[in-house]
Write a protein that binds this ligand. Structure first.
Ligand code: ASP
Length: 435
């Protein structure tokens, strides 16, 4: 059975088991609830996320060193970096503009009730780092520490510089580069093995979600919830395909089909950082983006590109303004577009950070930060959906930049079997076999 279908079955089965357990309302000492759901299944989910995260630092380091070494030799690194970062910012600005437009039509905050009916959960605004600090923090003072702490941008800077100097070290550089290329191959094999386990991993994660998902909050905030969901869908199925068609001249349906696996992993883990290894493998092996572009664009995108998060922030801003009866003008909306785009750069690629960064957007336009408490109850599910869109955006930009640089293998892109993970011992052409 195809992996996408197996992951989907894992998700649905997990969610059902979690929901049924929640509905059964078992006591806190019940064997099933304590040992199976909160024991084995919870452990399975955590082990899956940890195994993916385990791959992130080695993969960014090794893969980007290989990519930067080739780019350094061709002298195209500056142009490629500019295009990639530019496209990431433009797509995020489009995302938040779409979100504001639809939210202003739907008016999710009007008639949403008064503060008394809403979640009374206290919201403590966390301090958001300044732009200056964010910039300084991109540069590592100790690369080993950066790797140990999983600071992706710092690892990216170190790997880029190391790769560039490799490309300038002639004989020695070539020898070391060969070693890194071999290690990269091995890491990719390891990811292929982990992806084959994804159906079980997502089963555990979704079962846990089913156990805790709160329906009453969703019903209360239905208009907000549906508006965010609709904009996420429009961005993934209209904006990305249109850009792919016009800028990269590739079939967007093929793109979406091949991105289903990383999107489902992103949905289940709510972390584009943890999903990064799966995205990178898909972008290189399934979409045919050369390692030179993918090794740079995908980790960078996982760190700074959050279109889905910006969409939630756009709709949330309109919701909170309407809820408190505060009028925002055109200038305020332009400020929201700018701040949400910048906030997306500073948002860590882990669950639930987008809602914290919303503080920055609300403060910019003078809205009460406590308004976040109103939407916290439904953020768990929205986080899953927006993370899937964040990841789809990373793949879209990588594909577009690769196409513009002549670094997209169109045969691989259009081959439905290219890079597919197949769990069988039978030899498979162009597909990677696991097991
Ligand atoms: N969970 C999102 C991500 O990892 C970030 C967020 O919006 O909270 O991409």
């Amino acid at each position: 059975m195809n992996l996408t279908v197996r992951i989907l079955i894992g998700m649905v089965a997990g969610l059902l088991i979690g929901l049924v357990t929640q509905w059964l309302d078992l006591s806190e000492t019940n064997f099933w609830k304590v040992y199976v759901m909160q024991g084995a299944i919870d452990a399975g989910g955590q082990i899956f996320i940890k195994s993916l995260k385990m791959m992130v630092v080695p993969l960014v380091l090794v893969s980007l060193i290989c990519g930067a070494a080739s780019l350094g030799a061709s002298g195209s690194i500056g142009r490629l970096g500019g295009k990639t970062i530019g496209l990431y910012l433009v797509t995020t600005a489009i995302a938040v503009t779409l979100a504001l437009s639809l939210a202003l039509v739907v008016d999710p905050g009007i008639g949403a009730g008064d503060a008394d009916n809403m979640s009374t959960e206290e919201f403590q605004a966390e301090e958001v780092p300044s732009v200056k600090d964010t910039l300084i923090n991109i540069f590592p003072d100790n690369p080993i520490q950066a790797m140990a702490d999983g600071r992706m941008l710092q690892v990216i800077v170190f790997a880029l510089l190391f790769g560039l100097s490799l490309s300038r070290s002639e004989g020695i550089g070539q020898r070391v580069l060969r070693l890194f290329k071999d290690i990269n191959e091995i890491l990719m094999k390891l990811i292929t093995m982990l992806i084959a386990l994804a159906p079980y991993g997502v089963f555990c994660l979704m079962a846990k979600l089913g156990l805790i998902v709160g329906w009453s909050e969703i019903t209360k905030l239905m208009t907000y919830f549906l508006t965010v969901t609709a904009v996420l869908l429009i961005h993934a199925t209209v904006t990305y395909p249109t850009l792919l068609w016009f800028l990269a001249r590739v079939n967007p349906i093929t793109y979406l089909k091949k991105m289903r696996e990383p999107m489902m992993v992103a949905f289940s883990t709510s972390s584009s950082g943890a999903t990064m290894p799966v995205t990178l493998r898909t972008v290189e092996n399934r979409l045919g983006v050369s390692n030179n572009v993918a090794s740079f664009a995908v980790p960078l995108g996982a760190t700074i590109n959050m279109d889905g998060t910006a969409i939630m922030q756009g709709v949330a801003t309109v919701f909170i303004a309407q809820f408190f009866g505060i009028q925002l003008g055109v200038n305020d909306y332009l400020m929201v577009i700018l701040t949400a785009t910048l906030a997306s750069i500073g948002t860590a690629a882990v669950p639930g950070v987008g809602i914290i960064m919303l503080t920055m957007v609300l403060t910019q336009v003078g809205l009460p930060v406590e308004g976040i408490a109103l939407i916290l109850g439904v953020d768990r599910l929205l986080d899953m959906m927006r993370t899937a869109v964040n990841v789809a955006g990373d793949g879209m930009v990588a594909t577009t930049v690769a196409s513009s640089e002549g670094m997209l293998d169109r045969d691989i892109f259009s081959d439905p079997d290219a890079g597919r993970v197949i769990e069988s011992r039978a030899p498979a052409r162009k597909a990677e076999t696991v097991g």
